[in-house]
Design a protein around this ligand. Sequence first.
Ligand code: PBG
Length: 324
Amino acid sequence: MNFPQYRPRRLRRTETLRRMVREVRLGISDLILPIFVTHGKGVKRPISSMPGHYQLSTDLIEEEAKKIRDLAIPAVILFGIPETKDETGKSALDSNGPVQRAVRTIKEKVPGLVVITDVCMCEYTSHGHCGIIKEGDVENDATLELLAREALSHAEAGADMVAPSDMMDGRVEAIRTLLDSEGYSHIPIMSYAAKYASAFYGPFREAAESTPEFGDRRSYQMDPANAEEALREVALDIEEGADIVMVKPALPYLDIIRRVKDGFGYPVAAYNVSGEYSMVKAAAEKGWIDGDRVMMEMLVAMKRAGADMIVTYFAREAAALLAK
Ligand code: PBG
C-alpha cells in the first residue's frame, strides 16, 4: 500500500498508540552495571572522567550491592584495582585481591545479584598490557594459563560468570577446560568476542589504572574497519565454549551486533563503553544535549541492533527511569 492509503503517522498519534506498536523494549533486566573495586578501607574515589562512578574499596561494596539490588538491576561486572602490579600480573590470582573479596562479600550479603568478573591481566601488570610481554608484544600462549587461573580464582570466590576481555587467541577454551576440570562446569563464560582497539576506552583506563605504558593494544584487539573478522572471532569463541558473546564498544558497532545476532542466534551482550558514557555526560553538562533522552535512545538502539543485554555505566540512571 502506498500514500495516500498508507499513512504511517496514523500509528504515531498518541503515546498509547506508539507504545502499542513499539518493536523493542528496554527493560531493567537488560542492564549490567560495571563496578571498580579497589584495595584499602573506606575508599570512594570519584573517577573524574566518569561522573557518578567511583573506585570503591571492598568494605563499601555491601552497601553498594544493596542499592543496585533495590534498583532491580540483575547483574554487575567487577573490575579490580590491585595494591601491587608486576610484569606478569601475579596479583590477579590473589584470593584476597579486590575482585575476589568483593565477589565473596556480594555473594554472601546480596546473593541474588549476579556477579560477573572481568578476566584480564591489564589491571594487574606493571606495563598495563593484557598479558605477558616478550620482545615488546603480548605473548599469546603463555598468557592463556594466567587467564585461566585468574578465571578459576574468581569462580572459587563465588563468581556467577566470568568474562575474558583480553583478546588472546584460545582463551575461552583454556578457561573452559580449567573451570571444568576444577568442578566449575556450571559457570558460564561471557566472552568479549569482538572487541575492537578503540579510543572509546579512554576514561576506563583512568578508572582501572590500566593504560599501557608503551605501544597500544592493536596487536590483540580488533581493527575498527573489520566486520567479517568479528564474525570469525565470534565463531571461534562459540566453538571454544562461550555461552554469551559480546561486541565492544556498542554504539559505533551496531552493525556488528546485528550480524552476530543474526549469524549465530546466541545471547549477545553489547558493551556501552566508558567513552560512550563520558561524552554524553560531558555534552549534557554543557547543556548541549538532554542527557537522559540521549542515554535512553542509545540503549534502545543497542537492543534494536540485537543485543540481549547491555553492560553500561548508565545502568543506575536507566533503571531509575525505567521504574517510573
Ligand atoms: C580490559 C578492559 C577494558 C575495558 C573493559 N575491559 C579496557 C581495555 O581493553 O583497554 C574497557 C571498558 C570501557 O571502556 O568501558 N582489557
